[in-house]
Design a protein around this ligand. Structure first.
Ligand SMILES: Cc1ncc(COP(=O)(O)O)c(C=O)c1O
Length: 461
């Protein structure tokens, strides 16, 4: 299999080596294969494509491309078109916002989430709160997994709408959550939102096997190009339950200015505002073909192999006094985890090096990793073992205009406010992992300036 991926690195991702890049931010964004771009450019150079809202030849050509993209998405996720509708959005966040604003929240409904969630899932709570719903988070354990859901997910009154949301894979820790929670949620009376944005780039997901009511994805995370297109896969029967709070061009069957009336489209089109990004949507089939040509099982095994190598090599690093160099957040092995590894580097006396300092030095070596909390504050709060009262105190005492994460850290007695995230993907090779390990090793016995040191969080119990 190495031969397959070595060949891909040479033929599809040669720009990495040409530019001397170590790219380890696949959870941030996937990389496109060069053949995807050639195929897309060929299409743009040969087809004449018009706005799909008309019925003229160029408009119909765009409509065919969009239909083909929808069909390929159904096939790729093994989603029965009778059961699921594909709604195109700007990105996964756009898909999640559609749910938030359209879900029939009300007094007595509940929005239940794992603490491990991207901010775009957390953000739905603002719509829920505004309509009087209650909001609850399920806690994480030391490995940043939600556990014991059988006992923690309460059964709810089915006469009201309730939503349970979790990510198939954490964008913070790489933890894979159990997909059978979809059925658990249903059996307890919830509609279920599965945020699959971080999972589907390296794992096969079949909507024949699980049946979430909503699933969000961003295509650039799966295959790099195009950006600006995501999708909400939604069970058709759920569409009747949703209500868009506005209308736009393309979302309506009829509008009257005279009578201030409108009739929303009853299909998924009622959720696709304005003109679709029809040129970019036409590139989606190429991207899905690319993943299938390489093989999702191969990609999965490739990423798992490099993640294991990265974990083992990072965890083997120590200062000369014997203290570990790495403070890892999340599972230390490959049990139910994907290719995202979050960690901080320690000082010889057992504190942490400010992650922004690490980013600065990594940039100097052309190594692309991510630092911060990765838009996943719940996982970060458990990883850094924040106490809710202390967080509340610091959050409410720092004036919003003066708020910086450094100031927040100072207020939190110098607890960390960021980690380093290295994530592998389709083009990762030995060289990338070894360059990262060599870079990280330069922090052995390193004593940073006192204002670049964070306190080691106490182990979460
Ligand atoms: C798990 C998860 N959900 C949602 C998102 C939001 O995706 P986007 O920024 O493409 O809207 C991300 C992005 O990192 C993610 O990792």
């Amino acid at each position: 299999m190495n031969a397959l991926f070595d060949e891909l690195r040479r033929t599809e991702f040669s720009r990495l080596d040409a530019g001397g890049h170590v790219y380890l931010d696949y959870t941030g964004g996937g990389l496109y294969g060069e053949s995807q771009i050639r195929a897309h450019a060929d299409m743009l150079m040969t087809q004449v494509l018009g706005n799909p809202h008309s019925q003229n030849p160029t408009s119909l050509a765009s409509t065919r491309n969009v239909l083909h993209a929808r069909e390929r998405i159904h096939q790729f996720f093994e989603a029965d078109p009778e059961e699921y509708e594909v709604i195109f959005t700007l990105n996964a966040s756009g898909a999640l916002k559609l749910i938030g604003e359209s879900y029939p929240w009300g007094v007595g409904s509940r929005y239940m989430m794992t603490a491990d969630n991207h901010n775009s899932v957390n953000g739905i709570r603002e719509f829920a709160k505004a309509k009087g719903a209650t909001i609850e988070y399920l806690p994480l354990n030391r490995e940043l997994r939600a556990e014991n859901l059988e006992n923690l997910l309460p059964t709810v009154d089915r006469s009201k709408p309730h939503l349970f949301a979790f990510p198939a894979q954490s964008n913070f820790s790489g933890v894979k959550h159990y997909l059978d929670w979809v059925e658990l949620g249903h059996s307890r009376g919830y509609d279920v939102l599965l945020d699959a944005a971080a999972y589907v780039p390296t794992n096969r997901l079949s909507l024949r096997e699980i049946h979430p009511d909503f699933m969000s994805v961003s295509f650039y995370k799966m295959f790099g190009f195009p950006t600006g297109v995501g999708a909400l896969l939604v069970r058709r029967e759920m569409i009747d339950k949703l209500h868009r709070p506005w209308f736009a061009g393309g979302t309506v069957k009829f509008v009257s200015a005279q009578n201030k009336m409108h009739l929303l489209a009853t299909s998924g089109e009622g959720f696709e505002d304005g003109t679709l990004n029809y040129l970019s949507i036409a590139a989606i089939a190429n991207g899905l073909d690319f993943l299938e040509q390489v093989g999702m099982e191969n990609i999965h095994a490739h990423v798992a192999g490099y993640t294991e190598m990265l974990l083992n090599e990072l965890l083997a690093l120590h200062h000369t006094n014997g203290n570990p160099l790495i403070k890892l957040y999340g599972p230390p092995n490959m049990n139910m985890r994907g290719g995202t590894v979050a960690f901080n580097l320690t000082t010889p006396d057992g504190n942490l090096v400010d992650s922004y300092e690490i980013e600065k030095r990594a940039n100097g070596e052309n190594i692309s990793v991510r630092t911060g909390c990765f838009c996943n504050p719940g996982a970060a709060e458990f990883a850094f073992n924040y106490l809710p009262d202390e967080t509340y105190q610091c959050f409410s005492t720092i004036h919003p205009d003066q708020f910086t994460v450094q100031q927040f850290s100072t207020c939190m007695n110098h607890l960390p406010v960021g980690a380093v995230r290295a994530s592998s993907g389709i083009a990762t090779n030995d060289h990338d992992v070894q360059r990262l390990i060599a870079f990280v090793s330069t922090f052995i016995d390193f004593v940073p300036a006192s204002d670049k040191v964070w306190q080691m969080p106490v182990e979460n119990s």
